[in-house]
Design a protein around this ligand. Structure first.
Ligand SMILES: *Cc1c(COP(=O)(O)O)cnc(C)c1O
Ligand code: SF4
Length: 324
């Protein structure tokens, strides 16, 4: 993580791109800094400013000029905090904001402006969140989120899951992480040992948006996670200029399957400030999802969903199937 690229000029130089991209990237990076691991940059095409992996991480001048509908907290998450770092929107499952740190900064991230200060449990104060969980036996599943929970050291993860294991009504354990995709080196012996010692079978929900993100190192990391007993799922975000094309998403599903990962959700973009240029009109999203459904076995078709503030679950959108 420490070796990640964080200076726009370093990214532009590494890819042999035009230096006119540097100034706008610097300006947009003041609102949400650039961060991208070297191993992820290595999967980008040199000299191509439209590379689908680069598009996900390169700050652009247009991020600073946003329609009013694009806001800091599009999901109203600040209202769903039950304790510092503990979010609950849905019955039976709650989400812990473990850390604000990510290996990569995705420009479309709906938590890019989340007020992490005082709202993560990576401070020494976990106790309020854990007490609240212990008090409420209707919560059967805990989801580690962030930021990226695998940014925590193995020792911190172990301390956290040891504390969670003392809560008898927790029966399922889930981790939402992009690290096996963007920084597969994180899946090392220590992490595998932690997974193997957990009190529950783990579900890991990964986050890849484009087939070029899946290389041999990612496949090897996924194989190790599966050998340690984890169930692997993937969520993607439908992004203009990255994966708004059924051919790309068919390849993504196929390559995920080859890596032992099943597609779970395909999210439409949340209207977070800075991400308007990624948006795809809903009719087009339904059409892409319909084409996917027509071309893949059901278990390789991710569910197209939208997050609606106050809804009791993510809201499924009905794909528009192509005519026969
Ligand atoms: C998305 C989300 C979940 C998980 O929802 P599933 O449909 O179970 O994957 C849980 N809590 C919060 C706050 C979420 O945003
Ligand atoms: S890895 Fe996830 S939480 Fe981190 S910036 Fe990307 S989308 Fe946001």
């Amino acid at each position: 993580m420490a070796a990640a690229i964080t200076r726009p000029e370093a990214l532009i130089e590494a890819l042999g791109l035009d230096s006119s991209l540097i100034e706008p990237a610097r300006a947009a990076a003041t609102a949400f800094p650039l961060r991208v691991p070297l191993s992820y940059v290595a999967r980008m095409r040199r000299g191509d400013p439209l590379d689908p992996l680069l598009q996900q991480v390169l700050p652009l001048g247009k991020e600073l000029n946003q329609p009013a509908a694009y806001v800091a907290d599009p999901l109203g998450e600040r209202e769903t905090l039950r304790a510092p770092g503990l979010l609950q929107k849905y019955q039976g499952r709650a989400l812990l904001i473990t850390t604000q740190a990510c290996a990569v900064h995705c420009r479309y991230c709906f938590r890019r402006e989340f007020p992490y200060a005082g709202q993560t449990i990576d401070t020494p104060r976990w106790s309020a969140a854990l007490d609240e969980l212990a008090r409420d036996s209707s919560i059967e599943e805990i989801i580690l989120s962030g930021g990226d929970p695998l940014s925590l050291s193995d020792a911190r993860l172990t301390a956290l899951t040891d504390a969670l294991a003392r809560i008898p009504h927790l029966r399922r354990f889930r981790v939402h992480t992009r690290q096996p995709i963007v920084l597969p080196a994180r899946i090392d012996d220590g992490l595998i040992a932690w997974l193997g010692r957990l009190a529950w079978p783990a579900v890991l929900v990964l986050h890849a948006n484009h087939p070029n993100e899946i290389d041999a190192a990612v496949r090897a990391a996924c194989a190790r996670l599966r050998d340690a007993g984890a169930t692997l799922l993937n969520q993607s975000v439908l992004l203009r200029g990255v994966n708004d094309d059924a051919n790309v998403l068919v390849q993504l599903s196929t390559q995920l399957f080859d890596a032992g990962v099943l597609p779970y959700y395909l999210h439409v973009l949340d209207p977070v400030r800075g991400a308007a240029h990624f948006d795809i009109p809903e009719p087009r999203a339904l059409e892409i999802a319909g084409e996917l459904a027509a071309r893949l076995p059901g278990y390789l078709v991710p569910r197209l969903v939208r997050e609606i503030h106050g809804a009791p679950a993510k809201v499924g959108l009905t794909p528009r199937l192509p005519r026969m």
